[in-house]
Ligand binder design. Structure first.
Ligand SMILES: NC(=O)C[C@H](N)C(=O)O
Length: 241
């Protein structure tokens, strides 16, 4: 798994890549940020650091869902369509702004299926998987990692906001560029320094949710946006509905 976290106040960032058997790689990424002078630890070194930080390893089997196993098996079949199987991967991203205007981002992923051993994706790379700078805002990305890295998608969106674009226009402009320039699809969540936000994607779907003024906004498909009070959403969650 790969993960990155970034603090927009001082541009501190921490990331891990190619880690296995760690339940929450984002916590390890945060420790890289807070406890080391480095920004990215990978593979064996990341595991040694996890041990030093007393982060327990969980058996790999426990982190594999039946659905993922099935998808992996199907993807190995000769007539499989890799695009189809990359469709709802479990990348999780977050951006946030506090009452003092501090922004942050975090992204964590199992990455593309059937990648080569040792492949480091966009998620662990600062500016690609995420970027946060109090001067402009924060963004977290998902999608085809190699395309995201080619256009340095997260930083590109912040650049567009620096030039005066809203989060929505900045996100769409950068995603369009990635599609036309390198043929890659993806999705992003963005917040600017004024607290305006956007969830935009060029893929068929991306699950997203935002909390703003005690309201929860959420959707999956293009153009879909539902809103309900956070209290109501939490009550529904508690009832297990
Ligand atoms: N769905 C994803 O976000 C995958 C991730 N960007 C990767 O290429 O590893």
């Amino acid at each position: 798994m790969d993960a990155i976290i970034m603090d927009g106040k001082n541009l501190d960032s921490g990331a891990v890549s190619a880690v296995k058997c760690i339940a929450n790689p984002i916590k390890l990424a945060r420790l890289v940020m807070e406890k080391t002078k480095h920004m990215l630890l990978t593979d064996h070194g990341a595991h040694l650091f996890a041990q030093a930080m007393a982060i327990p390893e969980v058996p790999g089997e426990k982190l594999i869902t039946e659905r993922s196993r099935e998808r992996w098996k199907k993807n190995l079949e000769p007539d499989s369509n890799p695009e189809e199987f990359q469709k709802d991967l479990g990348t999780v991203g977050a951006v946030a702004i506090d009452s003092e205007g501090n922004v942050a981002c975090a992204t964590s992923t199992g990455g593309l299926s059937n990648k080569l051993i040792g492949r480091v994706g966009d998620t662990a790379c600062i500016g690609s998987g995420g970027y946060a700078d109090n001067h402009f805002g924060a963004t977290s990305t998902t999608g085809h990692g190699e395309s995201i890295m080619k256009v340095v998608l997260a930083r590109l969106i912040l650049y567009h906001m620096e030039q005066g674009m809203s989060p929505e226009v900045a996100a769409d402009t950068a995603l369009d560029y990635m599609k036309t320039r390198v043929g890659g699809l993806g999705g992003v969540i963005v917040v600017n320094k004024a607290g305006e936000w956007a969830a935009r994607f060029s893929t068929k779907q991306m699950s997203w949710a935002t909390v703003e003024d005690d309201n929860l906004h959420y959707g999956i498909y293009a153009g879909e946006k539902h809103t309900k009070p956070v209290d109501e959403a939490l009550a529904t969650e508690r009832e297990g509905l």
